[in-house]
Every structure is written in structure tokens, then in C-alpha cells.
Write a protein that binds this ligand. Structure first.
Ligand code: ADP
Ligand code: ADP
Length: 223
């Protein structure tokens, strides 16, 4: 099996079953949204994939390789959270270059410029995070996550701190960027519209259980 495979994953916090025997396949080059109400287990499942959350049982694999022994940084996933993730003392360019330490300086600069262009922020490299709007900061976070060419990116409510109009526009842009770059992604959201916009397939979670996985068109048509 290629790409990401979640096999019978359960995560408990004491008596709470946050994720209940979930199995899910994310094919390379596709975007899967984890959609559900607050408390449905989306964030716990995403953190489990990232390696930030131990599993109670089950397994997570990439291209058939069990990730259990692989530490967070070695998993080669890009992570994007709701907000507050940029290093406040570094300018935008240095934030984006953060994961590029192994590349020569000139290649780092070229990659940063390419990423700024991709997210619509060409010319913003020397701004400080405090000088950015919430939407711009999330674009930078996206650029930083994509810069090292991760095998996939994992996004946890990346647009939820933004107001509705801006969220819609950024969801459109995010969908375009992920498709243009052929990026494999898991996108956590409680917002149906956002899930339908960004994802090729939507996985609906309820109280830790996976209810269904379907294309946005199929879900939209349901009464
Ligand atoms: P979502 O991301 O869908 O809002 P979460 O994964 O955050 O859902 O939470 C799923 C369930 O697990 C909820 O009942 C939540 O209260 C519980 N939970 C999440 N994190 C912890 C934790 N660190 N300790 C105990 N319970 C937790
Ligand atoms: P989110 O909506 O992003 O899941 P929350 O505000 O629910 O965030 O939770 C914030 C933090 O508290 C997270 O680290 C989560 O794991 C933890 N948490 C959530 N629910 C519980 C809980 N019932 N008991 C202990 N920790 C929890």
C-alpha cells in the first residue's frame, strides 16, 4: 500500500476513547479532510499520524513502513496548526528556511522565494511575523511546511482562527496550492464547506469513530 495508512487505530485518554478503531488510506497526491464536531477525535488522530500522540492500539504506516519506531522529525511530515507557530524573532524568510538547514545558502534563498511566490507573498521575506495579518501568517506557515518537500503535510484547523470571508478565500487558495504541487495532505476541520473545498475525500468522524469516507460531491448531495 502506498501513501499513508491508518490501520485500526485507537487512542484512549484514561476512560475516554478519543479515537476508536479508525482505518483510513490517504493515497499519494491526494487530500483527505478529517471532518467532525469538536471532541470527535480529529486532532488526536492527526497528532497520532504526526508521531506526537502514542497509540493505544493499531498502526500507522507510510508506503508500507510502520512508523511506530520513527520519531516526529524523522517522519518527514510538514505540520501546520491553527496559529502562533511562526518564530516571532525571525523574519518571514528565515521562518520558511527553518527546515532547509542542509541546503547551501543560495539554494535556500531560491527555495524561500519560490515558496513565497507559491503562497502569494512574494516580497514579504523581510517582514516580521508581528507585521502580518492572520491570513498572511497562515500562508507563511504553509510555505514553511512545504519548503523541505515533505512526504505529506498535516494541517490541524489551519484556517479556524480566521474570519469567515477570509477563511473561504484561503481555503480556495490552499486547495489550488495543494493540487498544483501534488501534495499529499490530511486536513483537520470542523467546517463542512472548508472540507469540501480542500479535500478529494472527506472522512467524517463522530465520537472517535469513522462514520464514512466519501468524495465531497457525494456528501454534499445528502439531505
Ligand atoms: P477534536 O480535535 O475533534 O476536537 P480531540 O482529538 O481534541 O477532538 O478530542 C477527542 C476527545 O479526547 C475529546 O473527548 C477530548 O476531550 C479528549 N482529549 C483530547 N486530548 C486529551 C488529553 N490530552 N487528555 C484527555 N482527554 C483528551
Ligand atoms: P483542540 O480544540 O485543538 O482539540 P482543546 O482546546 O480541545 O484543543 O484542547 C487543548 C489542549 O487540551 C490539547 O492539548 C488537548 O489535547 C488537551 N485536552 C483536550 N481535552 C482534554 C481533556 N478532556 N482532558 C485533558 N486535556 C484535554
Amino acid at each position: 500500500v502506498t501513501g499513508l495508512e491508518v490501520r485500526g487505530v485507537t487512542v484512549r485518554y484514561g476512560d475516554t476513547v478519543a479515537v476508536d478503531d479508525v482505518s483510513l488510506h490517504v493515497e499519494p497526491g491526494t487530500v483527505v479532510a478529517l471532518l467532525g464536531a469538536s471532541g470527535s477525535g480529529k486532532s488526536t488522530l492527526l497528532r497520532a499520524v504526526a508521531g506526537l500522540q502514542p497509540l493505544t492500539s493499531g498502526a500507522i504506516a507510510w508506503d508500507g513502513e510502520d512508523l511506530a519506531p520513527v520519531k516526529v522529525h524523522k517522519r518527514n511530515f510538514g505540520l501546520v496548526f491553527q496559529d502562533g507557530q511562526l518564530f516571532p524573532t525571525m523574519d518571514v524568510a528565515r521562518n520558511i528556511a527553518y527546515g532547509l538547514g542542509k541546503l547551501p545558502k543560495d539554494q535556500q534563498r531560491a527555495r524561500v522565494a519560490e515558496m513565497l511566490e507559491l503562497v502569494g507573498l512574494a516580497g514579504y521575506g523581510d517582514r516580521k511575523p508581528t507585521e502580518l495579518s492572520g491570513g498572511q501568517a497562515q500562508r507563511v506557515a504553509l510555505a514553511r511546511s512545504l519548503a523541505p518537500s515533505p512526504r505529506a503535510i498535516l494541517l490541524d484547523e489551519p484556517l479556524s482562527a480566521l474570519d469567515t470571508g477570509l477563511r473561504r478565500r484561503l481555503a480556495d487558495d490552499l486547495a489550488r496550492i495543494l493540487r498544483e504541487t501534488g501534495t499529499t495532505a490530511v486536513h483537520v476541520t470542523h467546517d463542512h464547506q472548508e472540507a469540501y473545498t480542500v479535500a478529494d475525500r472527506v472522512a467524517v468522524l463522530h465520537e472517535g469513530r469513522l462514520l464514512q469516507v466519501d468524495a465531497p460531491e457525494a456528501l454534499r448531495e445528502r439531505p
